[in-house]
Write a protein that binds this ligand. Structure first.
Ligand code: ZN
Length: 65
């Protein structure tokens, strides 16, 4: 699949394409030293193809372009 650079992303939870920055969130985890050790890109729940909540309520920010 060919994606539009900085316009579309693959969701790490459901595997579908996130069509627009406003539909996606970057979410990260911190390790015990409070360093960011992992991150995922997921759908906002209003854009989730399966209407599921893919985000935790912490450590997230809307995709910025
Ligand atoms: Zn998703």
């Amino acid at each position: 699949m060919k994606l539009k650079p900085l316009g579309q992303w693959i969701c790490d939870v459901c595997g579908e394409v996130i069509q627009s920055p406003k539909d996606g969130y970057v979410q990260w985890n911190r390790n015990l030293n409070q360093e960011i050790d992992d991150f995922v890109i997921v759908h906002h729940f209003s854009a989730s193809p399966k209407n599921t909540i893919e985000m935790d309520a912490i450590n997230m920010i809307q995709i910025q372009t």
